[in-house]
Design a protein around this ligand. Structure first.
Ligand code: NAP
Length: 212
């Protein structure tokens, strides 16, 4: 029977060609193979993909505001520390614009950048061009994180198993917005409210969603 869950379709799909697992640690050679190697063909390892909890992590305001002028809008240091704690040691997948909004690749994480530009170079990061290739690059990581921005959240949301959302209880002017979470597909498994303080003007909630 036709399976409409995209992650399941990926799990069951074997991209055709010469199968060669990615063993090299060398970032440059991986980039060349993924982007330019006309012979390089990879296979989605279905067992590996099934084991993964693909997790989207974002901070969005009540009006879904995410960012403005290719930057974040607010600064909540506790949330940034939580982001670091959750993502450290894991693969993080992001769009080219989010990568360029950061001073450098995030340390202690495998940075993976999506772009349609075949010549794009990103220091300290793997560069690739599709959801499938990005997931292959996460290799054995059982919890790769999708870290934004808006385009990449929209692209990956249907492949994700979990959303770690920080909902900031304030409206902001923005030029990029978090996509709507479809309540028929996602259920809240955890919620924690954090009050505003003298030093931190916005209250917010950490909300964990699991795919139904
Ligand atoms: N609040 C948060 O949690 C959070 C988190 C992350 C980012 N942000 C904010 O979000 C904003 C950036 O988000 P954004 O939506 O403008 O950009 P983005 O998602 O970071 O990156 C967009 C880029 O990704 C590449 N891309 C998109 N779809 C693709 C596809 N199907 N295949 C291959 N490549 C694809 C394209 O790169 P090319 O143009 O090079 O082809 C595109 O321009 C910034 O303001 C940032 O601060 C907020």
């Amino acid at each position: 029977m036709f399976d409409s869950n995209p992650k399941k379709i990926l799990e069951n799909s074997y991209l055709k060609g010469r199968s060669r697992s990615i063993k090299q640690n060398d970032i440059k050679s991986l980039n060349e193979q993924i982007l330019y190697g006309d012979e390089f063909v990879f296979k989605i390892n279905s067992t590996m993909l099934k084991k993964k909890t693909i997790t989207l992590i974002a901070a969005a305001a009540v009006n879904d505001a995410l960012g403005k002028d290719n930057d974040l809008i607010w600064h909540i240091s506790e949330d940034l520390k939580r982001f670091k704690r959750l993502t450290s040691g894991h693969a993080i997948i992001m769009g080219r614009k989010t990568f360029e909004s950061m001073p450098k690749a995030l340390p202690n994480r495998t940075n993976i950048v999506l772009t349609r530009n075949k010549n794009y170079k990103a220091e300290g990061a793997l560069v690739t061009s599709t959801v499938e290739k990005a997931l292959v690059l996460t290799k054995e990581d059982i919890q790769p994180f999708i870290i934004g921005g808006a385009q990449i959240y929209s692209l990956f949301m249907e492949y994700c198993d979990r959303i770690e959302l920080t909902r900031v209880h304030h409206e902001f002017e923005a030029d990029v917005f978090f996509p709507k979470i479809d309540a028929s597909k996602w259920k809240i498994s955890k919620k924690e409210f954090v009050s505003k303080t003298e030093n931190q003007p916005y209250s917010y909630s950490y909300i964990t969603y699991e795919k139904k």
